[in-house]
Design a protein around this ligand. Structure first.
Ligand code: NAG
Ligand code: NAG
Ligand code: NAG
Ligand code: NAG
Ligand code: NAG
Ligand code: NAG
Length: 471
């Protein structure tokens, strides 16, 4: 099992939170100018694609250092806070002088796994960085199922998405919102997750989380931006996808069914079932390989092993994911097979083995860590856009490319909840009214016959008529 299912589930369970509201940060223009001393915090990321990427955070006073999973697919800062959990360290509420317990209970249930705990707040800072200590809501996890694993290197989550998906409700201000509201940083952060090392079992520091800005050393060339479609998760709109030279020929809204999000807390690339099936049929370069790839491989349960020294690019096509940029240009992410096939420790003589980092999804497209590892990604919340740039820490040919003449308005590709429920209701209404008419015809015929027989022809005989009335 390579998939870290529990992370995906973080977003799955949030799916029913559709009534997202646009957040207005309580930061006034005047305050921003008074408060000139904004810093950029440059935190090192640890971990790997398999277990997840984390950052070290100090919680409370005296500070307790914990590793938190960087999760742009959820919005709570949540930490293990009980010795009953399968973690190496946990937050001791009673040992922090600055901890305030609000006592509100918080619970998150996933398709598999869940946690529950209690809400409080405490001082949070990033070690070895300019002091940007801020008071923030902390969900203290007291019990959990299938969230932590005794091999994980993190003990909590740093949810970086919008308050619309915070639990138990959007009144729980997320960490980054609190930081911005305090005037500590600008309303932008960026993340470079660095490639999984192709050397087996090497787990080391892998990237940067930059709070409040963009770090020039992390990219080359330009940053290309696409709009954030809705501020809850980081939802964007895919307008096209190609595998090798094959183009997606279905409607582009199927690529975003029921949404497309950028989520560092999910390990794989998840695609809507229909799109996944199409990718499955198009990914191989040779028929020989096609025959070798069985259902278990496509489910991520079995490795494909290729001769040592050969590149996976010889066997698999690259994928290109396209997002709208301006009305006449698009941003393409060129995703080489080295990104979506991850090397496993399985030992087969003279072979290297890989597992597929793409899976089928019922909750839309999730651009997870396996893809994000190839790029420097800018979460420009101030301007409501996501930027992609060529990363200086990828070892693959992953690239961000501008393509001109986008033929479609990205909004045409968005999944529309209203439209869908509206049109399906309309269909139901048509079916029902048709049924009514169909049922009414024989009834009318019967009624006419009955009237004819009983009231007109057999006026004297009442037995049949009374039995009808009694019923
Ligand atoms: C962030 O880290 C990079 C690389 O470690 C360094 O070059 C840069 O100066 C740092 N930036 C800030 C603002 O600390
Ligand atoms: C905090 O609680 C733990 C577990 O209940 C206990 O072992 C520890 O002594 C407590 N620490 C303080 C400072 O009260
Ligand atoms: C981790 O948990 C599994 C079962 O959940 C157990 O088999 C394994 O020994 C544990 N490993 C460690 C290092 O505690
Ligand atoms: C990224 O790199 C590719 C290839 O090296 C280059 O063609 C492309 O223009 C670069 N993208 C940007 C946005 O600079
Ligand atoms: C998708 O890309 C292909 C090839 O570049 C193009 O022919 C097609 O029109 C694009 N579709 C959309 C919806 O942009
Ligand atoms: C794209 O549209 C912008 C705004 O109208 C225009 O300035 C630019 O020249 C266009 N680019 C191309 C290549 O058509």
């Amino acid at each position: 099992m390579i998939y870290h299912f529990c992370i995906l589930n973080f977003m799955i369970q949030l799916i029913n939170l559709i009534e997202a509201s646009v957040i207005v940060l309580p930061l006034h223009q005047e305050e921003r100018y008074l408060n000139q001393v904004k810093t950029v915090v440059n935190a090192s990321i640890g971990g790997n694609f398999d277990d997840g990427y984390y950052v070290l955070v100090n919680i409370g006073s005296p500070p307790q250092k914990l590793a938190l999973l960087i999760d742009t697919g959820s919005s709570n800062l949540a930490v293990a806070a009980s010795s009953a959990l399968p973690v190496k360290r946990y937050f001791h509420m009673n040992e922090s002088e600055s901890f305030h317990l609000t006592g509100k209970s918080v619970k998150i249930k996933y398709v598999q796994g869940q946690w529950s705990g209690t809400l409080g707040s405490d001082l949070i800072s990033i070690p070895n960085s300019p002091s940007i200590t801020t008071r923030c809501n902390v969900a203290c996890i007291l019990s959990s199922e299938d969230v932590f694993s005794n091999v994980s290197n993190w003990q909590g989550l740093l949810g970086l998405a919008y308050s619309a998906v915070a639990k138990p409700d959007s009144s729980v201000t997320p960490y980054f919102d609190a930081l911005v509201a305090d005037g500590k940083v600008e309303n932008i952060f960026s993340i470079a997750l660095c490639d999984k090392p192709q050397i087996q079992n090497v787990k080391q520091s892998q990237g940067k989380l930059v709070l409040g800005g963009i770090e020039n050393s992390l990219y080359t060339g330009d940053i290309l931006y696409t709009r954030i479609h809705k501020e809850w998760f980081y939802e964007v709109i895919l307008t096209n996808i190609t595998v090798g030279s094959k183009k997606w020929e279905g409607h582009c809204s199927e690529l975003n069914n029921d949404k497309t999000i950028i989520d560092t807390g999910t390990s794989a690339l998840y695609l809507p079932e229909k799109v996944f099936t199409w990718v499955k049929q198009s990914l191989h370069k040779t028929d020989e390989l096609k025959n070798q790839l069985n259902e278990r491989f496509w489910k991520g349960q079995e490795d494909v092993c290729i001769q040592k020294g050969r590149s996976v690019s010889e066997y698999f096509h690259q994928i290109e994911m396209v997002f709208g940029e301006t009305f006449n240009s698009s941003v393409s992410l060129v995703i080489p097979p080295e990104l979506f096939l991850w090397k496993t420790p399985q030992i087969v003589p003279d072979n290297d083995c890989y597992k597929l980092g793409i899976a089928s999804s019922k909750v839309g497209t999730i651009i997870g860590a396996v893809i994000l590892e190839g790029f420097y990604v800018i979460y420009d919340r101030e301007n409501k856009r996501i930027g992609f740039a060529n990363s200086t820490c990828t070892h693959t040919t992953a690239a961000v490319i501008r393509t001109m003449n986008m033929p479609k308005d990205p909004k045409d590709c968005a999944h529309s909840y209203e439209e869908e429920s509206g049109s399906s209701l309309l269909v139901i209404a048509y079916i029902l009214s048709t049924l009514c008419i169909l049922c009414a015809i024989p009834l009318l015929v019967m009624l006419t016959q009955w009237i004819w027989h009983h009231l007109i022809k057999k006026r004297g005989d009442t037995s049949e008529a009374s039995s009808l009335i009694d019923d």
